[in-house]
Unconditional design. Structure first.
Length: 205
């Protein structure tokens, strides 16, 4: 095999790992959630005297030699959590309400899983890295995601903790610069900065 053939083969070889980020419009497939999100954004925009943006929820798809995994924060499933790869649970709104399933969320590391509203994703997927070590580290870190209360700012970051916080926390803790990642044009990802701040503080410890 000559040099040119070796270079061609190398270029055509698939990456050892991939980490892709998906931007899902908030409330895709759920009319009530979508309207609630629009109302929330309209109120915040009015308070800050700015225009309203489209709101997005983020999720990751990590592919490594061991398989394909979906990482996402979702409401606690009615079925057994392990079937969906749930490894972390937290409360929604207040810790006291967390004793009720409807007020709990789960963070999934779901082998062979799906993102329910992936067909509605915008400007996605966004390739975050092809590095196997980073991809593996993200998977290893999922059970360590802080189970902070969804919708609250318990760590005083200036933003509430939510699904976007989980994703940005994982990327930073795995050594990936997530500060420059932006949602689609005219969009906003509430909670993204909260994950960045909490991850930086956790790393400094």
């Amino acid at each position: 095999m000559d040099t040119q053939e070796r270079q061609t083969t190398k270029k055509e070889s698939p990456p050892a790992a991939t980490v892709d980020l998906y931007w899902i419009p908030l409330g895709a497939g759920a009319h009530v959630v979508r309207l609630s999100g629009k109302l929330f954004e309209a109120i915040i925009a009015r308070l800050h005297r700015r225009r309203s943006y489209d709101l997005y929820h983020s999720a990751l798809v990590v592919v490594v030699p061991d398989g394909r995994f979906v990482i996402e924060q979702t409401p606690v499933a009615r079925a057994e959590g392990k079937q969906h790869g749930a490894v972390v649970e937290g409360a929604v709104g207040t810790r006291l309400a967390g004793c009720f399933r409807v007020f709990r969320y789960e963070v999934r590391r779901w082998r062979g899983g799906v993102i329910p509203d992936v067909a509605d994703a915008v400007s996605s997927p966004v390739r975050v890295t092809n590095d196997l070590a980073r991809a593996t580290q993200i998977l290893d870190l999922v059970p360590s995601v802080p189970p902070l209360v969804w919708g609250r700012d318990e760590r005083h970051t200036g933003e509430m903790w939510n699904s976007n916080s989980v994703i940005s926390w994982l990327l930073i803790r795995a050594g990936i610069d997530a500060s420059g990642i932006q949602p689609p044009r005219r969009g906003r990802a509430p909670g993204w900065r909260a994950g960045l701040v909490v991850a930086a503080r956790d790393a400094s410890r």
